[in-house]
Design a protein around this ligand. Structure first.
Ligand SMILES: [Zn+2]
Length: 157
């Protein structure tokens, strides 16, 4: 019998402790496998000068390093806040069994962490996004995909 509340409290504790230590924003996450916390992540954007160092990404990277895999198929992720679009993407690539979150993204927005603009950007045409995106050299880049498809020892993921 897993104690879901204990796991979430561990994520919440990280969100408070690491923020107080000045490492980053108030976000924590843990990865659980077979009833045991195998990785503890926390936002360390400020201390590592890494804008991608969100709690969920941190926890996923650490859990994958512990397990020696790039998939978390039999793991659950507990995060102190509803994942932002970047972390949501990372979660789908890591494929955990389930995600539990505490604070909602509305709570985060109230605290000054509003990621709604990223969700909005996804639906906007490329040329109208706040960061311009322009396609170029498609033909030349296709070589990599062609080589990948010919690669006999490729690992599908
Ligand atoms: Zn995030």
């Amino acid at each position: 019998m897993e104690n879901k509340e204990a796991f979430m409290r561990a994520a919440i504790q990280l969100s408070v402790d690491k923020m107080k230590e000045g490492l980053g924003g108030p976000f924590g996450a843990v990865v659980v496998q077979n009833g045991v916390i195998i990785a503890r992540g926390f936002n360390n954007v400020l201390s590592s000068n890494d804008p991608t160092a969100h709690a969920e990404v941190d926890a996923i990277r650490k859990a994958c390093a512990v397990l020696g895999t790039y998939q978390l198929t039999d793991c659950d992720l507990y995060t102190s806040c509803e994942p932002c679009p970047m972390c949501l993407g990372a979660i789908y690539w890591a494929r955990p069994r389930q995600v539990y979150f505490a604070n909602t993204k509305q709570d985060a927005a109230t605290a000054g962490f509003d990621d709604q603009f990223i969700y909005d950007e996804i639906a906007i045409p490329l040329t109208q996004r706040s960061i311009p995106m322009q396609q170029m050299l498609r033909q030349e880049a296709q070589v990599a995909f062609q080589e990948w498809q010919k690669k006999m020892d490729r690992r599908e993921y």
